[in-house]
Design a protein around this ligand. Structure first.
Ligand SMILES: [Fe+2]
Ligand SMILES: [Fe+2]
Length: 462
């Protein structure tokens, strides 16, 4: 196929998709006017896969782009198709070799029935997976995902610097720059939408000495993930994320040795700690670019779901629901962090503990949502495979269905590998055709030498 033939063939494909989409608004799914264009589209796609494994269509500035070259043969059905992609927030449609008539049909129905605008990519991916669409993707190839890890690291590092600067400013009696926090959170929010795993994986980097800094960024990232699963608007998500980033900013008013004190606090010391939400509220009040609700959330982040925390709310006081989002993220990050007086829990153990707190100090709906946002095996969980090898989860499956990504760290005899080895759990065993490796369950990470999650991620993503 030369370029012109390709262009007109692709225009044909899109025209068919558009026609089917348009007719879905008028006729039932089984009607020939809906079904026939889908079949035609399937036929038109076939020649492309003679010499390629996938075909990528992207929409850029309202123009349909095929493999980097814009297509201008516009028709009304083509325009309708693009308008739907744009409205839902689909950046691209990638047809893979092996795409079936059913895939196309379901995809068209997805475009027709999805009424929300500007959905985040992970949400689109998970819905398509739920609908059972298998050979049509909406973003990024694996190579691009590798880049996401470096990008996520850069964004995380930047947010960390913002927190360090903000706390230093407060300590020096200066008001931190709110625009900086706002910008850092916007970047993280964008990255959470683009590749949640890449961003969430970084929350497992625990730096004991710099606990407050990493903790602040982690709580922000975790809150952003929950906020996205909740389907909050962008402004609300940013507000929640900034609250996460600055929730403990009031602790800078406390003596450093009090913040770092191992073990139990005396009554007087605890009274001091209890002041930090109000201190934070006061600091945020002086900063620019801070939403009013963000301030409230910082003041309320220890009030607890059952209102038994501090500062103790009056009976008629209405707690901002997003304060409970920060509380859940705060709890998860604290539990999964090793401190001098507490060993780090695994992500699953942390979720178990949080489920016990559900309905008491934590909002039960949010605990459940948190679990869903993190996947069944959250990134960082150590797992034993059917081969008796031990690995660590490095990524969750799209939409929570299917197998997570795993890197093997120890062979079947328990000896550490020279380098972590990323494995595909879908890879079949040549003799039986069944998957070669399956997850048997989680293992206690304390049974194995400590591992650096960031090192592993770096090793498997290059
Ligand atoms: Fe706090
Ligand atoms: Fe905290």
């Amino acid at each position: 196929m030369d370029r012109r033939q390709m262009e007109s063939a692709i225009a044909g494909v899109v025209r068919c998709l558009g026609a089917s989409l348009k007719n879905l608004g008028l006729y039932p799914t089984t009607h020939p006017l809906v079904r026939t264009p889908v079949e035609k589209c399937h036929l038109e796609l076939a020649p492309f896969f003679a010499d390629r494994a996938e075909l990528a269509l992207t929409v850029s500035d309202g123009t349909l782009v095929l493999e980097g070259v814009p297509i201008f043969q516009l028709t009304s059905s083509l325009e309708l198709f693009m308008a739907r992609l744009g409205a839902i927030g689909l950046p691209a449609v990638i047809f893979e070799r092996g795409v079936s008539v059913e895939d196309i049909e379901l995809f068209v129905r997805f475009l027709h029935e999805t009424k929300e605008q500007g959905l985040p990519i992970p949400e689109i991916k998970s819905r398509l997976a739920r609908w059972g669409v298998t050979h049509i993707r909406v973003t990024a190839t694996d190579e691009e995902e590798e880049d996401d890890f470096s990008l996520a690291r850069e964004i995380y590092g930047n947010a960390l610097n913002v927190v360090v600067r903000a706390l230093k400013d407060v300590r020096n009696g200066k008001t931190p720059d709110g625009a900086e926090s706002d910008r850092a959170v916007r970047e993280m929010s964008g990255m959470v939408s683009r590749n949640r795993d890449a961003m969430l994986a970084l929350t497992l980097i625990k730096n004991f000495d710099e606990y407050t800094y990493n903790h602040s960024v982690n709580v922000s990232v975790l809150s952003l993930a929950v906020a996205e699963t909740l389907g909050l608007s962008e402004t609300e998500r940013i507000g929640v994320g900034v609250a996460g980033l600055l929730h403990d900013v009031g602790k800078t008013q406390l003596a450093l040795d009090l913040i770092r004190k191992p073990g139990t606090l005396t009554v007087e010391e605890f009274e001091e700690i209890k002041k930090h939400p109000e201190e934070g509220f006061a600091i945020l009040g002086k900063m620019t670019h801070i939403q009013e609700s963000t301030r409230a959330v910082v003041r309320e982040h220890h009030m607890r779901f059952d209102r038994t925390g501090y500062p103790r709310p009056e009976p008629e006081y209405r707690v901002n629901p997003y304060s409970h989002v920060i509380a859940v993220a705060d709890c998860y990050d604290a539990l999964t962090t090793m401190r001098s007086y507490q060993k780090a829990r695994t992500p699953l153990q942390a979720l178990e503990i949080m489920k016990k707190l559900s309905g008491k100090s934590l909002d039960p709906d949010l605990v459940e949502l948190m679990e869903r946002s993190l996947g069944i095996y959250p990134v960082g969980t150590m797992v034993r495979l059917s081969t008796m090898e031990v690995g660590v989860v490095t990524g969750t499956p799209d939409g929570g269905k299917g197998e997570p990504k795993v890197a093997i760290l120890f062979d079947r005899s328990g000896n550490p590998l020279a380098a972590p080895q990323g494995v595909d759990l879908k890879e079949p065993d040549p003799s039986s055709g069944r998957p070669r490796r399956m997850i048997l369950g989680t293992v206690n990470p304390l049974m194995h030498p400590p591992v650096s999650m960031s090192g592993i991620l770096q090793a498997v993503s290059v």
